[in-house]
Design a protein around this ligand. Structure first.
Ligand SMILES: Cc1cc2nc3c(=O)[nH]c(=O)nc-3n(C[C@H](O)[C@H](O)[C@H](O)COP(=O)(O)OP(=O)(O)OC[C@H]3O[C@@H](n4cnc5c(N)ncnc54)[C@H](O)[C@@H]3O)c2cc1C
Length: 308
């Protein structure tokens, strides 16, 4: 395989973390190359309104924010390539990155390929995403004031999201495929003693139904096979996240959550390789935190490159 092009720094992933890293490395005159992957502007592009990104008092559309980040990064000399990383070799300097179209070498990498929320894979899920189907209570909870909503999942995140949503919703029903939660005892006790939170056990969602937005869920009891259609103003799916680390297998250390292990300077187990955003963050998973990590990774990469 021929590696024809060389860059000082490459940024792998075109979400908020990647574009922020691009902005900072471009302003450091490193002429970064950013590889967008298939989802230009990342997960945030899937939501019509981000209300919690600072500086936008009226909120900002996910795509709109992405376009602004794009424009800002390009203004200082970021080169953008609309391609996908197929493989990397981090065993020796310079690092190797192969895309579908071209192969590159780079002195430093910032990995910002994000994560995917696990999907239920049922009819209606994709159609109603952003219109009653959500994967993030912190992001979308405020849209459900006085509504009757459902959460799918039984782990810590599902229960934490349910407790958070009690600030807004009238009722929250946790639908879980087992007859007990996987969440820790303290969280479970809090949920069970909260009058707004209810449970439907041994049950899975088979279909999400609605017209303009979600209005009903078709559910099935996995023990009896009985199906019901219940009214719902919205459904939060909290069944886990999968960091996009597939192409990095065996190259960098991962955490128990499957995210890339980083130190306080965003550096991975490989010197000169940094990671930012949800691919390295199992906790916060926000646009602002991902962008912040992107800035930090870029500053670290800039310092690293000045030592070469
Ligand atoms: C529907 C929805 C609504 C949300 N609403 C909000 C909100 O209101 N407020 C908020 O703060 N957060 C919100 N979030 C969360 C927020 O979008 C994420 O925390 C943030 O986008 C993470 O940024 P990131 O750059 O780390 O990764 P991502 O946004 O996941 O971007 C990853 C990037 O990497 C690219 N990529 C993946 N694989 C490859 C590859 N092999 N090669 C090259 N590139 C690759 C993708 O194409 C993408 O561009 C929402 C998320 C969703 C799904």
């Amino acid at each position: 395989m021929e590696f024809v092009e060389h860059r000082q720094v490459m940024i792998l992933g075109g979400g908020p973390a990647g574009f922020t890293a691009a902005l900072y490395t471009a302003r450091a005159d490193l002429k970064p190359l950013l590889v967008t992957g298939l989802i230009l502007y990342g997960q945030a592009s899937q939501t019509h309104c981000i209300e919690n990104y600072p500086g936008f008092p009226e909120g900002v559309g996910g795509r709109d924010l992405g376009q602004r980040l794009d424009e800002q990064a390009k203004r200082f000399g970021t080169e953008i390539i609309y391609d996908t990383v197929q493989c990397v070799d981090l065993q020796q300097q310079p690092f190797k990155v192969c895309l579908s179209s071209t192969n590159y070498t780079a002195d430093s990498l910032i990995i910002s390929m994000g994560a995917d929320s696990r999907k239920l894979g049922v009819p209606g899920e994709r159609e109603f995403t952003g219109r009653g189907v959500s994967y993030c209570a912190t992001c979308d909870g405020a849209f459900y004031k006085d509504k009757d909503i459902h959460i799918v999942g039984g782990g810590d995140s599902a229960v934490e999201e349910a407790l958070f949503l009690t600030r807004f919703a009238r009722s929250i029903t946790i639908i879980h495929r087992r007859d007990q939660l996987r969440a820790g005892a303290i969280l479970e006790n809090r949920a069970r003693s909260n009058p707004k939170i209810h449970f439907i056990w041994d049950t899975v969602v088979r279909e999400i139904i609605g017209a303009d937005s979600v209005s009903h869920l078709k559910i099935e009891n996995v023990k009896t096979g009985q199906q019901d259609t219940i009214p719902s103003d919205g459904i939060f799916i909290s069944i886990g996240h999968t960091p996009n680390t597939g192409v990095l297998e065996g190259q960098v250390k991962l955490t128990e959550f499957g995210t890339i292990e980083i130190d306080n300077h965003m550096e991975t187990s490989v010197k000169g390789v940094f990671a930012a955003g949800e691919i390295a963050d199992p906790y916060f998973r926000q646009v602002v935190t991902s962008a912040g990590m992107g800035a930090a990774a870029a500053i670290s990469a800039t310092k690293y490159l000045s030592t070469l």
